[in-house]
Design a protein around this ligand. Structure first.
Ligand code: P5A
Length: 466
């Protein structure tokens, strides 16, 4: 892909995903095709969370006094908050924030709900829109001012150990989520200076986009007892003592959908993983005047057969050239296309084509069809994931030479290096190279720091970020 940003911008419009012409910067419309991709994506994360979490829905407005209570948190967000100051013509006594995230909306309520150790753990989540007056360059789905698909989970626990376990649980949930979307990821612990405002530590999932820039697609924060102390969230423990809870929160956003589009896409258009594709199979009737009814009838029969197996199937019977239909569904990334024309009917076959491969395959129009199509769908899902992981593997490069970092990053890579963990040195590395340290991948006990005489402590990632 020559120019990824341009390709991404165009595909959103051409594939009917979003329309960014809405007259507020950073806010866009979800168009029908995009809305469906979003719906299927949300369903995956909802199903994963519903096993062990409960869905709730909080108001969008937060009183200024609550937002301002947690000093570090509010400082992190103060430049990004939208304020509601009037109701009609009346100035409000207290201005209200449009939630940039919901800690300060939820936790005062947690303080009311949590009384005793039997009320714990609490594991709630909501999928809502949040607002951030982003000052960096906005981009559809990637950096928006109205995050329309903000999945935020917020948990409270009796012990620190449980909260650390919860972090691991979230990591596993996100791994499964991204695996279902065929998305590769890099997991790291963010450096101190880049953690979530108010968190003890932040674990992040980053993905490498086709232009080599990384995108943070999910974050998991251990909040320790900071918010518990601010909002007075206490419980009576088994020993009769009153203690503060330990909290965690985790979020993903529209960026996940941006990654599905960006990572799997190619010049000709989208390549959607079957799990989130609005149509998993698109049937294209090849219609001539003669035999039209038979062809359409067979297509309908196949559609019903595949639907009865639980597949999402559409039939493109528009009165236009088949070539145009192929072009359209390639652009829209349907995983499997089936073509049926009069000659195919005579031979009792359909011509199948996977979106991720050039090859055309003839499938018999008999009892074996549904299984054969399911198999193509599964292979598409697996193959998209495999190529995406391969791309990532090829684009993470290790170096022991600080001078080499810019050259590697400019060539589209994320760079891995050894670091001593010292904050000053870390910031120097960022300054010298001009890139951001994503975080620590793992602890190590050999080698020297790339930028000092200290022993190395961490295998660390640095990249050009969105
Ligand atoms: C976790 C959920 C939080 O807000 N509070 C509740 C925590 N974390 S976060 O890192 O600030 O945001 C969570 C994820 O949201 C995505 N994100 C965005 N996506 C699109 N446009 C934006 N302006 C934007 N800001 C954050 C990131 O993927 C982030 O990891």
């Amino acid at each position: 892909m020559e120019n990824f940003d341009e390709w991404f911008h165009d595909i959103l419009e051409n594939a009917n995903i979003t329309d960014s012409r809405y007259p507020i910067k950073g806010m866009a419309i979800w168009m029908p095709y995009g809305f469906q991709i979003r719906k299927h994506t949300m369903n995956i994360i909802k199903n994963l969370l519903d096993k062990d979490h409960e869905e709730v829905l909080f108001p969008m407005l937060i009183p200024e006094a609550e937002l301002a209570k947690e000093g570090i948190h509010v400082k992190g967000f103060e430049e990004e908050v939208y304020w509601v100051t009037k109701g009609g013509q009346t100035e409000l006594n207290e201005q209200l924030a449009l939630r940039p995230t919901s800690e300060t909306a939820m936790y005062p309520m947690y303080a009311l709900w949590i009384r005793s150790h039997i009320d714990l753990p609490i594991k709630y989540y909501q999928i809502v829109n949040t607002f951030r007056y982003e000052t960096k360059h906005t981009r559809p789905l990637i950096r928006v001012r109205e995050i329309t698909t903000f999945k935020e989970a917020h948990t409270a626990h009796a012990t620190k150990e449980e909260s650390d376990e919860q972090i691991q649980d979230f990591i596993e949930i996100y791994k499964t989520f991204f695996d279902d979307l065929g998305l590769p990821y890099l997991i790291s612990k963010r450096p101190e200076w880049d953690k979530f405002p108010g968190a003890d530590y932040t674990m992040a999932f980053d993905i490498i986009m086709p232009n080599g820039k990384t995108l943070q697609i999910g974050t998991i924060h251990n909040l320790g007892q900071t918010f518990a102390k601010t909002f007075d969230i206490t419980f009576e423990d088994k020993d009769g003592e009153h203690k503060y809870v330990y909290q965690t929160c985790a979020g993903v956003s529209d960026r996940v959908i941006a990654s599905v589009i960006g990572v799997h896409g190619e010049e000709k258009g989208l390549r959607l993983p079957p799990k989130v594709s609005p149509n998993q199979v698109t049937i294209i009737p090849i219609i001539f005047k003669k035999g039209k009814e038979e062809v359409l009838g067979k297509c309908m029969e196949v559609k019903e057969l595949l639907e009865s197996k639980g597949l999402r199937v559409n039939m493109d019977d528009r009165d236009i050239r088949p070539g145009k239909k192929f072009f359209d569904w390639e652009l829209k990334g349907t995983p499997v296309k089936l073509e049926i024309g009069p000659r195919d009917l005579e031979n009792n076959i359909t011509v199948a084509m996977r979106r991720d491969e050039e090859e055309k395959i003839e499938l018999p129009l008999d009892d074996s069809l549904a299984d054969a199509v399911m198999d193509l769908i599964e292979k598409t899902q697996e193959n998209l994931s495999k190529s995406a992981w391969e791309f990532q593997k090829e684009h993470v490069k290790f170096t022991e030479d600080l001078e080499e970092i810019p050259q590697l990053v400019e060539a589209g890579n994320v760079v891995k290096f050894r670091w001593c963990g010292d904050e000053e040195i870390g910031k120097q590395i960022e300054e010298k190279t001009g890139y951001d340290i994503l975080g620590i991948q793992e602890e190590i006990s050999e080698g020297k720091c790339i930028a000092s005489d200290n022993d190395a402590k961490y295998m660390t990632l640095i990249a050009k970020t969105y």
